[in-house]
Structure formats: C-alpha cells, structure tokens
Design a protein around this ligand. Structure first.
Ligand code: SDX
Length: 426
C-alpha cells in the first residue's frame, strides 16, 4: 500500500509499512528529495523515529507490552532482573539462562574503587541526578574494554555493567548526600535487596531486608523498565546514532529523564501532593491546573501517548495501599492523591483532554514510605530505565538501517545580510 502526497500539483507515492500491531507508518524518507519540503512535527507527535520489537503501547486502550507480555502480568509474576533479560534478549529466560544472567549481572555490581573518590568532588547537597549524570558518564573513563560499539561482545559487557552498577551508583549518591559511608554490594542478595542494603544499611550492624519492601521496589523497577520511544530513550538512541559509547549515551538519557515533564515528575508529584496537604485544598489546585494563564500542571497527570489510564499507575495505585498498610504507615498524602484523582477524573477539563494519572502519580508515595527522600525518586527511575535504554540502544546498534539522527527545521530567521562594522551600527 502507498500514501499519495500532492505538492504543487505534483503527486508522489510513499510506501506504507505495517507493524505486527499498532499504527502503520508512511515512509517519507524520499519526501525532501521529491518535493524539496520537510515534514513538520515539533515534539514528534506523529513521527515514528525507528522500528522496534521491544515495547508496544496502545495509548487509547491503556495497554503496555514488553516483548508481547502485558505489564500487569510481568509486575505480578516476574522479577526486575528477569524483565531485564526479556527486554535485552527478546524472550523470557529458561532456568539455565536466568541463572547465568543473574550470575553475570551479580559479578558486575562493584564499581572501580577510584569512582568512589569521584563523589568527593560534589557538594553534599548535590541532587542525586546531578551525581548520576556525572558518574555514569565517567564510567567510559574506567571501562575502556567495553566501549568499542562495533564489537558485539563489548556491547554485551557494557549492557551488563550498566544494569549491574546503576544500583551501586545510585546507592552511593544517596549515602554521599547523608554523609554515611558507602557499602560494597553483597552478591548473596537479590538485585533489589542488594540495592536496599547499599542504600539503607550501615557498616555498624547487619541490615535486615523487609520482603514486602523488596517486593514492592522490585515491582516499581519493573514498571519503570522501558516505555517505547519516550524522550529519554529517544535521547539515548540519538546519542548512540553518532557512535558515542554506551556509558555516554546512558548519561545523556539520565540528563533528559531529570526534567519534571518526564522522569522528574515523580519527585514533583509528591512535592505537589504535600503542598496541597489536605483534600479541602484540591479544588484550588485543580482550578490552577485548568487556568491557561497559570503554568501550574497537575504533576503525575497526563501523557503524550496514554489517553486512558496508564496501566502502570493502576498497579502502583493498588501497591501504594498494600505497602503502606503492610508497613503500618498511614500517610495522609495517599488520601489526598486518591481524592485528587477522583476530583480530576470527574472534571470536564481532564475528561476532554484525556488526562489520567501516569506512572509518576503514585510511585513517590510508595518510595517515600520505603524511606527514600524525594530527591532520590528520579534516580530510582533512572536505575530501572537503564535496562530499557540499553536494550533500545542495543537494538539500534544491530539495526542495518541505522544512520546518524539529524532532523531538519523550518527556518524563520533572517535571510542573508552583510556584516556592519561596529562604528556604523545604530
Ligand atoms: C513520563 O513518554 C513517556 O512514555 C514518558 C513516561 C515513560 O515511562 O518514559 O511515561 C514517563 O514522563 C510520564 C509523564 C510525567 N510528566 C508529568 O506528569 C508532568 C505533567 N504532565 C504534563 O506536563 C504532560 O501531560 C506531558 C508532558 C506528560 C505530556 O505533554 P504533551 O503530550 O505534550 O501534552 P500537552 O502538554 O500538549 O498537553 C495537552 C493539553 C494542554 O492543554 P491545551 O494547550 O491543549 O489547552 O493538556 C493540558 C495542556 O495544558 N495538560 C495538562 C496536564 N498535562 C497536559 N493540564 C493540567 N495538568 C496536566 N498535568
């Protein structure tokens, strides 16, 4: 099938490609050559930048599949490490594959000892995401034996190193911020249990892992692992398209994720809920969110793709109640969140614009109950999303159609004009 585009009385036929599920695409690679014109799509609302087999989202139905498996089933039945294997390799592992992957990741959990001194250069009150950007980018200064992107073996080692070391790096960022000593990984623990101990354990006494917390955090990591071609994943792909090494590409993804419109929304959402404080103040904030002259937005609401309830938010909303009840924590912020959701979802503005809670609306309530400061929330998002980023990067590196990403523009600046010497300017 083809699509016909008529410009200046000339018409051109452009191939239409069908995927396995979801929207077809119109292949416009020859449009500029044929018409001397670009497409114009700021924010890429209608643009498919690549072909991928990793994650599928149906925003209208609120469906999220990883290699075909629904996120609800993975969150309920799988583990983060198994989901990481699935994203990287395309299928769920059998027992031998699972055990080998767990062994490989576990063997890479330590970071180069000199990296610990790297943290000393930051102020103690540095935002953990600032530290993550710097330290992850610096990994390419330490692991030269896995930066050759054309060597498949080195690409695999780099993937394993990044998945394995992100918990260690994130935990070190937290320890540095609270002035406590770093803990080395304990490879007898689970991936998430190891992270909990490095974060909340101290050398002075054994750390007892709460299985409810370990399970809830592992579920949160699963829910944040990958999400198609979102802003930070697109950043990683674009950085990788220039041939940059994987550590630099992931550092670019971390930087992009930090923004409050993206991964930074989990921190902003909890800050907003705490600022609202009491359900009686909700109408004031909903009114602000609807006011075109007020830049305020309901953080944790709305999504470029989901025009239905984000399936991850559904899982997190249920998990929030279970975790707080099990830990015996009553946080009024959860009541405020529930009431805000009820009010917003019955308001015409949010109904018409199809604004629903997204992954960032409830996650912070659980993370706060576990004991993380809000400043760590996006670092945890980056920890989990590194698996998706590196799976997408690997897919791009193996794509024969892969070229450097180089969008064009609609130029509205000055036409050619001659230089005016300083003494002749007005
Ligand atoms: C993530 O892409 C991904 O997949 C991201 C993510 C992932 O896993 O990688 O899912 C993670 O980033 C989730 C989103 C977290 N961000 C927030 O919660 C921040 C608040 N939400 C937004 O700012 C906004 O909804 C975005 C950024 C998420 C989506 O922005 P879009 O798609 O560009 O939509 P838009 O800004 O053009 O908004 C459409 C309309 C606008 O009104 P009009 O100009 O048409 O009149 O909806 C309004 C917006 O003003 N709107 C909101 C709103 N979000 C959109 N109004 C009030 N509160 C909000 N939260």
């Amino acid at each position: 099938m083809t699509a016909t585009i008529n410009v200046d009385g000339k018409s051109g036929e452009y191939p239409v490609h069908a995927g396995s599920i979801g929207p077809e695409v119109i292949d416009i690679r020859k449009l500029y050559g044929n018409t001397g014109r670009f497409t114009y799509d700021p924010g890429f609302t209608s643009t498919a930048a690549c072909e991928s087999k990793i994650t599928y989202i149906d925003g209208d139905q609120g469906v999220l599949l990883h290699r075909g498996y629904p996120i609800e089933q993975l969150a309920e039945k799988s583990s983060f490490l198994e989901v990481a294997y699935l994203l990287l390799n395309g299928d769920l592992p059998n027992q031998a594959e699972h055990d080998e992957f767990k062994y490989l990741i576990t063997r890479h959990t330590m970071v180069h000892e000199q990296l610990a001194t790297f943290y000393r250069g930051f102020r103690r009150d540095a935002h953990p995401m600032a530290i993550m950007c710097g330290v992850v980018g610096a990994l390419s200064a330490f692991y030269h034996d896995s930066t050759d992107i054309h060597d498949p073996k080195q690409r695999v080692i780099a993937c394993h190193r990044l998945i394995a070391k992100m918990p260690t790096i994130a935990a070190m960022a937290y320890k540095y911020s609270v002035g406590q000593p770093f803990l080395y990984p304990d490879n007898s623990l689970s991936y998430t249990g190891n992270f909990l101990r490095m974060t909340f354990g101290v050398p002075a006494e054994p750390y007892v892992i709460n299985p409810v917390v370990e399970d809830a955090l592992d579920k949160i990591f699963i829910l944040h692992a990958d999400h198609e071609q979102n802003a930070s994943t697109s950043t990683v792909r674009l950085a990788g398209s220039s041939g940059a090494n994987p550590f630099a590409c992931i550092a670019a993804g971390i930087a992009c994720l930090w923004g409050p419109a993206h991964g930074g929304a989990n921190e902003a959402a909890l800050d907003m809920l705490r600022e609202i404080g009491r359900p009686e103040r909700i109408p004031e904030y909903v009114a602000r969110a609807k006011n075109k002259d007020d830049p305020f937005r309901l953080m944790g609401f709305g999504h470029r793709v989901y025009k239905n309830y984000d399936p991850r938010a559904k899982v997190l909303g249920a998990a929030a109640t279970k975790v707080l009840d099990t830990l015996g924590i009553s946080d009024p912020v959860l009541d405020t969140a529930r009431e805000l959701e009820r009010v917003a979802l019955s308001d015409d503005y949010f109904i018409e614009k199809k604004l629903y809670p997204n992954v960032d609306f409830y996650s912070g309530i659980i993370l706060s109950a576990i004991g993380f400061p809000t400043s760590m929330f996006t670092a945890l998002f980056a920890l989990a999303r590194t698996t998706g980023w590196i799976a997408q990067w690997t897919e791009m590196m193996e794509d024969n159609d892969q070229r450097i990403g180089r969008p064009r523009q609609l130029y509205t600046g000055h036409g050619p004009r001659d230089y005016v010497p300083l003494d002749q300017r007005g």
